[in-house]
Design a protein around this ligand. Structure first.
Ligand code: CA
Length: 229
């Protein structure tokens, strides 16, 4: 049984979410304040937490910080449309994904599945496959429709960061930090935009309408296609 916690103070919305999640077979606890969330988090173990940002006695960030002190429980933020800047902060603070209100419940369900999948299973195969793109992790070769393409080391690393986190929103900082980890060199924000542009030119059929690397305006990027290994 997968245990979810929903922290949301909009009663109508939260009833709808709980109904749909339970129909999918999830066990759901719901609370509507920061305080009650802290209490139940201390008492029970959850597989994933859905966190509204604006709460009557505080906000989702405060809760996220609290959770991250000693837990790695996946967190999906629910945000109002005008909270893009906050969302960057939420992801940088340890949130795993976010979804903007209003959303379709199916969208939330697929995000939950993606985040749980990422937590429960890392991609361990020797190849990654996504749409027409194949990566051979042993030889570091990348193929588009079975044709090998040439990527620079940074482009290749960027591709792996995006693919390994497929269907999950990544902030620019999260991507940059991952690039620094592996590269050792300083990669600034402008370089990231350039890398993304070059990578798109190499892998996207129509790079003005990318189907793999989606831009999340004001936030960052997401690999928008299933990846299997
Ligand atoms: Ca709220």
């Amino acid at each position: 049984m997968t245990n979810l916690l929903l922290v949301e103070d909009d009663t109508t919305l939260s009833l709808g979410i709980v109904y749909s999640l339970e129909k999918e077979g999830y066990k759901v606890d719901k609370v509507n304040t920061v305080e009650s969330a802290k209490n139940i988090i201390d008492d029970k173990k959850f597989d994933l937490i859905i966190l509204d940002i604006g709460l009557p006695d505080g906000d989702g960030f405060e809760l996220c910080k609290y959770i991250r002190q000693n837990r790695t429980t996946p967190i999906i933020f629910l945000s109002a449309e005008d909270e893009e800047v906050n969302i960057v902060m939420a992801l940088d603070m340890g949130g795993d994904d976010y979804i903007t209100k209003p959303f379709r419940i199916n969208e939330l369900l697929s995000r939950i599945k993606a985040v749980l999948r990422r937590y429960n299973k890392t991609l361990l195969g020797q190849n990654l496959q996504s749409g027409d793109i194949k990566v051979d992790l042993l030889s570091n070769k990348v193929f588009v429709k079975d044709e090998e393409i040439n990527l620079t080391a940074s482009e290749y690393k960027l591709l792996l960061i995006l693919m390994k986190n497929f269907k999950i929103a990544l902030s620019r900082l999260q991507i940059l930090e991952n690039l620094w980890d592996t590269e050792g060199d300083f990669v600034d924000d402008n370089s990231l935009s350039v890398y993304i542009k070059r990578l798109r030119e190499k892998i996207e059929e129509d790079f003005s309408q990318p189907k793999y690397i989606k831009t999340l305006r004001g936030v960052g990027y997401m690999w928008d296609m299933e990846v299997v290994s």
